[in-house]
Design a protein around this ligand. Structure first.
Ligand SMILES: Nc1nc2c(ncn2[C@@H]2O[C@H](COP(=O)(O)OP(=O)(O)OP(=O)(O)O)[C@@H](O)[C@H]2O)c(=O)[nH]1
Ligand SMILES: [Zn+2]
Length: 207
């Protein structure tokens, strides 16, 4: 795949340039972490764990191998002249915070005002998954999703809101349970017009 396609517009990292360690190296790293946790990586119950964890990482971080541009490439123009808000709300996701590599989970709400075409609804959920399955901050996740939509659809406006709970704040550290973090980003008409923002909030059910 073309290296430029993999360059993340927000982090400016070209993932294609990064060298992946081998499966054996990844498993050795997991053994080290098991010992660091205080357990014996050679006891029976843990013998297969490094292999499982390396495999699980492939799934949990599969977003690095996927390209949002490809997912959003197919647009449709026959929508009966529909040009109002398209909102897909309550898209569940699970990601990992880049500071502690601990999960944060929540919901994303995505809206756009079509300009020259719409995209398949499932593709918006796929885009969330592509960026969630990477090491993230919630802010970055929000920015990457809206950037991808703007680039692919050139809409009159786009809005993304994410609400999430960060395990690094509940399971450890400050031990604050039930805290939710809200981020949102508006572009185009949504950024310029308070009425459009209010319509977005109302449709999401936040006002
Ligand atoms: N802005 C932002 N911060 C995050 C996100 N996920 C985790 N964090 C925060 O990242 C910060 C890292 O702070 P540090 O002081 O470097 O690390 P730490 O000592 O482990 O911090 P504590 O969590 O307070 O124990 C913490 O305040 C986390 O709550 C995120 O998505 N966005
Ligand atoms: Zn964290």
């Amino acid at each position: 795949m073309d290296a430029s396609v993999k360059t993340d517009r927000v982090t400016e990292i070209s993932y294609a340039d990064l060298v992946r360690p081998t499966q054996e190296e990844a498993e050795a790293a997991v053994r080290t972490l098991i010992a660091w946790a205080g357990d014996d990586p050679d006891r029976e119950g843990l013998l297969d764990t490094p292999r499982r964890v390396a495999r699980a990482y492939r799934e949990l971080y599969s977003g690095y191998d996927l390209d949002a541009r490809e997912v959003l490439a197919r647009t449709f123009k026959e929508v009966g002249g529909y040009d109002d808000i398209v909102l897909v709300r309550d898209i569940p996701f699970a990601s990992h915070c880049e500071h502690h590599m601990v999960p944060f989970t929540g919901k994303a709400h995505i809206a756009y005002l079509p300009h020259d075409g719409v995209v398949g609804l499932s593709k918006l959920a796929r885009v969330v998954e592509i960026f969630a399955r990477r090491l993230q901050t919630q802010e970055n996740l929000t920015a990457q999703i809206i950037d991808a939509i703007n680039e692919a659809l050139n809409p009159r406006g786009a809005a993304v809101m994410i609400e999430a709970e960060h395990m690094c704040m509940s399971m450890r550290g400050v031990h604050a349970h039930g805290v939710s973090t809200l981020t949102h980003r508006f572009t185009g008409v949504f950024a310029e017009d308070r009425n459009e923002q209010d319509r977005f909030y109302a449709l999401v059910g936040k006002r």
